[in-house]
Design a protein around this ligand. Sequence first.
Ligand code: GDP
Length: 526
Amino acid sequence: MSKPLTEEIKQEVERRRTFAIISHPDAGKTTLTEKLLLFGGAIREAGSVKARKASRHATSDWMEIEKQRGISVTSSVMQFDYSGHRVNILDTPGHQDFSEDTYRTLTAADSAVMLIDVAKGVEAQTIKLFQVCSKRGIPIFTFINKLDREGQSPFELMEELERVLGIRSVPMNWPIGMGRELCGVYDRMNNQVELFQGKDHSKIEVRKVDSYTDPIIREMAGDFLHDQLCQELELLDVAGDPFDLEKVSRGELTPIFFGSAVNNFGVQTFLENFLKLAPPPAPRKSTSGEVEPTNEKFSGYIFKIQANMNPAHRDRIAFLRICSGRFDRGMSVKHVRAGKDIKLSQPQQFLAQDRDIVESAYPGDIIGLFDPGIFRIGDSLSQGSEITFDELPTFSPELFAKVTVKNALKHKQYQKGIDQLTEEGTIQVFQTTGFEETILGVVGQLQFEVFEYRMKGEYGVDIQLHRMQFQFARWITGEVDPSKYRINSQLVKDKHGNFVVLFENEYAMRTAMDKNPNTTFLETAP
Ligand code: GDP
């Protein structure tokens, strides 16, 4: 007899781990992802993730920009099984030309892995991505990479996490030497030493010890490194934070793991510990209260829309995060905003960009829905009762440009292009209050290029972008006095008619805030 549905969903939810890796370019995200996929048996050879990237370039035409720049525009989803768990990795573009999509993708994750280069420490893009995760209060696990190179001391890195990100940390393992001296790591939780065996070691050598003072370690590492290890761990035992799962779950304490992704060192133990400590899908907030993942009725929301993944068809794919129930291929669900029932007949699941038709899926999973233009970012789909998940945040753009159309006769196509591209959510459109000029706001420079390229390619409209000096956008409520925003700033409206002020620099923004006590300045749309 088959299991009752609730029981089945509960088991599937329990074993799922959906996370994103957040890092600055070059920290080793592609490398780490690849190692994780290898452990999960999702790929067979090292180099596959990069190779896939390359072959995708060869076949895609609209991604020409991506090819030219040699970066990944797309955030894909990769799934694999490991020791009973079903793991979903949400990939986020690593280049600094990332977009609002990157931020929004993080809303679909239940936890994050923060990857840091041991020498470079906390870098700019890591800070931005960390802040988005931190606002949601999801657990963040830290992997300090490139231990085979000389880097900062572990204490310096811990201090940096606290100073720059405001998060306390608890090392789960501790390096014995570093760079050319790297001997291994001491696993503080399991009292064992994981030995570093140099390049591409496939078998992990682990030695059980009594404690870090065990003479076996001295034999392996030598006097100098063992003395250093003892001193550092004694200090950590006395002055460091104890491991506290509650704090980790609330995102107040980050467990740190040291390793070297390219050498496959420390990756498997990281994966195993991460799967134990990271949470399964949690309840999600909706207008009608929290939705439990184990609820029998299917529900989910769209966090990303991507056009033209397959250039042969000018279609769009909507990425849906399942929040409750079981998804079955062909099922009918309510498209809540449109007030319509729709049939989900061509769902796709992703593995490093390959599309596979999916028969069933559970909370925590991401499915791709064929979108003939009916979905918008943030749309909820549900079975039975009408559930509307809390709106996705709009992130303040950081780059702005005025748009002009070269051929005025193309205005209609231009408007259509603007409407569709804003629905996909990678650009925001503002209107000046005086001459009704259009200003685009984006989070990453690449989005301007993509916009220009697609306007021409898909809508036949040649546009010109004139970069503006603004760096910040703040939505304002309360008193709105246009005369206050004439110097180093400009008052505009967003597409819903909300007032927004664009500022050229932080100083102008601070001054405006100080001088207008009756106005509220918001980082995201009200
Ligand atoms: P991404 O930009 O974050 O995806 O970074 P990649 O995975 O492409 O890695 C950037 C560079 O760092 C590549 O040359 C990798 O081979 C290298 N790398 C990754 N992990 C390690 C490591 O553990 N040690 C060393 N020395 N290099 C690494």
